[in-house]
Ligand binder design. Structure first.
Ligand code: ATR
Length: 289
């Protein structure tokens, strides 16, 4: 990987360089609009496309993209684990997540990173001003979306982090996987299922896919009362979880649009060596939803 030698990140290049997001489905991806806004803001000469990749063709499409001079790829559902398997060099975040959302080639190596967790943490702290350090965190869900963000959340040093899932056994698997990180950061890591969940939390993060089906995690109202509630899903109106949390007296609510833009900003920074400002792009994309 790849056929041509030493494809490097074109950070100093004034040549128009191609980037893309690969997924299936991909029609509703906002990534091209986000990266176009970053390119305009930072005066970087890039084009960014979305490509729907047939399931068996993912690996060959990645090879083809980089062999024809592509600068970098974002990878989304359902290919993040396959991108992880393809990468010859993994960042710590990708290794911990077991999934890759950002690919680029450097010195004949295919580098895989995962910017989802960093994107979430930057949105919480920089945009929303919800500090995580020293706070009691509850993360709902134990699927791919949650495993992708746990390490950066733990590294942000909450005082405690509870992973709760409808199916408790899956939360336990994640607890075992991230126990060493939590010990290192002195974070009290524990698990529960929704039915038995109780306690006081400062920040509740919905990382389940329930909102995508118009549903919400079935937890008690006392959990969200006075908490700051975040949904990793976003939309033109508050998700079912956020609507419900607001009705129960949540201190504040926010959806995952900021995380989406911030994870894109992390990818852009890796590829171009220039960090775009996410906040104006969040506002611009929000007004177009
Ligand atoms: P993703 O990549 O979005 O995380 P996933 O790996 O399939 O998708 O995981 C989906 C997560 O959302 C799981 O934690 C799932 O709970 P279960 O493990 O019990 O299946 C959770 N989930 C999906 N729909 C839900 C709902 N209606 N209520 C609560 N949790 C739900």
């Amino acid at each position: 990987m790849p056929d041509n030698n030493n494809v490097a990140r074109p950070t100093d290049s004034n040549e128009l360089t191609s980037y893309a997001v690969f997924g299936n489905p991909i029609a509703h991806s906002l990534s091209p609009a986000i990266h176009a806004a970053f390119a305009q803001q930072t005066q970087q000469p890039i084009r960014y496309d979305k490509k729907c990749i047939e399931l068996p063709r993912f690996e060959s499409a990645v090879h083809q993209f980089f062999n024809s001079g592509g600068g970098g790829l974002n990878v989304t559902v359902p290919f993040k684990q396959r991108a992880f398997a393809m990468a010859t060099v993994l960042s710590d975040a990708a290794a911990q997540a077991g999934a890759v959302n950002t690919l680029y080639c450097q010195n004949d190596e295919l580098h895989g990173d995962n910017t989802d967790g960093a994107g979430l943490c930057r949105d919480l702290t920089n945009n929303l001003h919800w500090p995580v350090a020293g706070k009691r965190l509850l993360v709902l869900g134990a699927g791919g979306a949650v495993s992708g963000v746990l390490a950066p959340l733990i590294a942000s040093c909450p005082s405690s982090l509870v992973i709760a899932n409808r199916t408790h056994a899956k939360a336990v698997v994640l607890q075992e996987q991230f126990a060493a990180d939590a010990e290192l950061a002195s974070v009290a890591l524990s698990t529960n299922n929704f039915a038995e969940l109780e306690g006081d939390f400062d920040i509740v993060i919905n990382g389940t896919s329930a909102s995508l089906a118009g549903d919400r995690p079935d937890i008690s109202a006392a959990i969200v009362n006075h908490a700051r509630c975040y949904d990793m899903v976003y939309g033109s109106s508050p998700t079912p979880f956020l609507q419900w949390a607001a009705q129960q007296g949540a201190r504040s609510i926010a959806d995952g649009l900021g995380m989406l833009v911030e994870q894109a900003a992390e990818s852009f920074t890796l590829w171009r060596g220039v960090r775009p400002q996410a906040a104006p792009v969040i506002d611009r994309i929000r007004s177009s939803l």
